[in-house]
Design a protein around this ligand. Sequence first.
Ligand SMILES: *[C@@H]1O[C@H](CO)[C@@H](O)[C@H](O)[C@H]1NC(C)=O
Ligand SMILES: *[C@@H]1O[C@H](CO)[C@@H](O)[C@H](O)[C@H]1NC(C)=O
Ligand SMILES: *[C@@H]1O[C@H](CO)[C@@H](O)[C@H](O)[C@H]1NC(C)=O
Ligand SMILES: *[C@@H]1O[C@H](CO)[C@@H](O)[C@H](O)[C@H]1NC(C)=O
Ligand SMILES: *[C@@H]1O[C@H](CO)[C@@H](O)[C@H](O)[C@H]1NC(C)=O
Ligand SMILES: *[C@@H]1O[C@H](CO)[C@@H](O)[C@H](O)[C@H]1NC(C)=O
Ligand SMILES: *[C@@H]1O[C@H](CO)[C@@H](O)[C@H](O)[C@H]1NC(C)=O
Ligand SMILES: *[C@@H]1O[C@H](CO)[C@@H](O)[C@H](O)[C@H]1NC(C)=O
Ligand SMILES: *[C@@H]1O[C@H](CO)[C@@H](O)[C@H](O)[C@H]1NC(C)=O
Ligand SMILES: *[C@@H]1O[C@H](CO)[C@@H](O)[C@H](O)[C@H]1NC(C)=O
Ligand SMILES: *[C@@H]1O[C@H](CO)[C@@H](O)[C@H](O)[C@H]1NC(C)=O
Length: 495
Amino acid sequence: MVVSGWLSVLTAAAIPTLISARPHEFRSIQNGTGIAADDFVSIDGFKLKDRQGTVYLTGLNYWSCMNLAADDHVGGNHSRFITELDQMQAHGVNHLRIMASSEGAPTHQPFRMYPALMEAPGAYNEAIFVGLDRCLAEMSKRGMRATMTLANEWQWSGGFGQYVSWATNDSQIPYPSSWNLTAAPQRSEPGTGWGNYTVEGVDAAPYSNFTAYANQFYTMPKCQEWYHAHIDKVLNRVNTVNGRVYKEDATVMTWQLANEPQPAVVPTEYLGPYSLELPAAPEDPIIPWVKNSSTYIKSLAPNQLINVGFEGKQGKWYYQAVHNFSTVDYGTTHCWVQNWGVYDMLNSSFANLDAAKSFATAFVANSSEWSREIGKPVFLEEFGMARNNWENFGKEYPYLSSAGTSNKDNYFTTIIGAAMNDFMSDNGSYVGTCPWAYGGLYRPETQHANAFGEVWAGDPPHEAPGWYDLYDTDEAMNIVHRQQQDIAAFLSKSQ
Ligand SMILES: *[C@@H]1O[C@H](CO)[C@@H](O)[C@H](O)[C@H]1NC(C)=O
Ligand SMILES: *[C@@H]1O[C@H](CO)[C@@H](O)[C@H](O)[C@H]1NC(C)=O
Ligand SMILES: *[C@@H]1O[C@H](CO)[C@@H](O)[C@H](O)[C@H]1NC(C)=O
Ligand SMILES: *[C@@H]1O[C@H](CO)[C@@H](O)[C@H](O)[C@H]1NC(C)=O
Ligand SMILES: *[C@@H]1O[C@H](CO)[C@@H](O)[C@H](O)[C@H]1NC(C)=O
Ligand SMILES: *[C@@H]1O[C@H](CO)[C@@H](O)[C@H](O)[C@H]1NC(C)=O
Ligand SMILES: *[C@@H]1O[C@H](CO)[C@@H](O)[C@H](O)[C@H]1NC(C)=O
Ligand SMILES: *[C@@H]1O[C@H](CO)[C@@H](O)[C@H](O)[C@H]1NC(C)=O
Ligand SMILES: *[C@@H]1O[C@H](CO)[C@@H](O)[C@H](O)[C@H]1NC(C)=O
Ligand SMILES: *[C@@H]1O[C@H](CO)[C@@H](O)[C@H](O)[C@H]1NC(C)=O
Ligand SMILES: *[C@@H]1O[C@H](CO)[C@@H](O)[C@H](O)[C@H]1NC(C)=O
């Protein structure tokens, strides 16, 4: 859920130890004790609570869940889905951020999850919806709750751009440079990659062109009508596995308006030491859109939580402007050191890693304070780091899984530790972390595109597969697990 070409925008115009016997900790790591349909999470000051007490989110991004969980004939891989859920559960994970939307087009579009949940306005692929039912039913059994993402700024699920295209006679989407799995170089066996980023033509528009096109979504009445119809459809869905209505199932902790909705006002300048901050723009259409959408969802699903899906990179003013509504329950942040030009995955120096760690620590501290000021908790729901890819230099693919992870592990310990310390302090706002993204059994070396052209890496189809994956055997999963154990120990002492 990240933008590889973001810099171009900036310069030119991504056997558990049981510590305590409290039912709450047991539930998240033991088999067989699930989320009761009415055990909703609520906000209590700067903390999340359920019936058992304070909830800390040990999360992972698992955006492809509905497709993986679907039947084989629509490109699913059910056994992989079950294995990966068990792996995540065994590492203490109690929250998954998954897509509850994806949009198709009349002609096959590149860089995208296929098959789509919504093939055309109001037309749904039932087999994919059943996949989403399975995700929620299996998560609920394992004590995991969900963030359900209802739309996307970026092209990898169709997203805003697809809505705008539908509303404008299927006009051509100006795709920014994206990963093309079938471009050179290729391996001898068809369907196994490698590919490269698109560098010319209609599939390599500047990011600013793409966002200008996609952001028409906020104000086009047709788009908003279809988006609201999608919200109705998903919230009122009756799960074919367990019979629960989504809007009445506490497994759905949060409805998220969209993945990384971007400001729509074209900034006159980029501010701050990292040139990421934007000047205040009270007239930005994203602001009334957040108010309108969150008010709408709250009216339909008063027991569940709502967030925006914002990154927070635009600085304090935008962060507070999009979150300061009574219908937005908590804030989110996404921290992307490489995509934002702070870290270079090919640079093995200590100074490079140190810059990333300092940035992340300051970003967590700053955003905690911004959240505190508007009285809301905040969830670190995306961050990632590549493997030691300088070790892949001169090899057949820059993102091979054989590269080590010493930098990533060091960074994960720091950024997860920053959020944990903030959570455990008296004046913090963080309520958990959610790395990007679980790739589980996937490896670039053994990838094989399915009948729909998908490999289902942790990286979505517009980005290099293997870039930000957390594999089942990665040390990052132990860091995630230790987080859950340490927080459980802290909570059992403090409650
Ligand atoms: C499912 O995933 C596993 C693990 O990645 C893989 O070995 C298997 O071939 C996949 N099956 C299908 C039908 O794609
Ligand atoms: C949970 O139970 C299922 C089926 O009973 C089993 O396959 C799975 O390995 C168990 N998971 C854990 C984490 O123990
Ligand atoms: C819609 O697009 C088609 C094909 O590009 C074109 O022939 C047609 O004139 C367009 N219709 C409108 C109303 O713009
Ligand atoms: C991907 O690369 C192939 C081979 O160069 C090319 O034919 C195809 O048009 C490219 N796809 C996109 C969407 O750019
Ligand atoms: C991918 O494209 C870039 C830019 O065109 C090029 O420098 C690089 O060598 C290509 N990667 C591979 C593996 O061919
Ligand atoms: C990007 O947008 C500018 C301004 O509207 C336009 O002149 C340019 O042709 C566009 N470029 C592409 C590749 O779409
Ligand atoms: C949202 O905007 C639409 C028009 O775009 C309007 O009809 C609706 O009443 C608004 N809803 C809320 C909850 O503000
Ligand atoms: C947030 O909204 C409240 C009113 O609901 C207002 O008093 C406060 O100034 C706002 N804060 C910011 C930072 O906009
Ligand atoms: C590696 O990163 C450090 C710290 O940012 C920088 O000083 C150094 O020049 C970089 N080295 C290369 C080869 O880019
Ligand atoms: C954090 O806030 C301080 C003070 O406003 C600012 O100087 C610094 O650049 C910010 N750092 C990050 C990573 O946002
Ligand atoms: C919390 O207090 C510590 C120590 O006084 C301070 O460094 C930190 O900035 C405060 N955090 C917030 C979010 O106010």
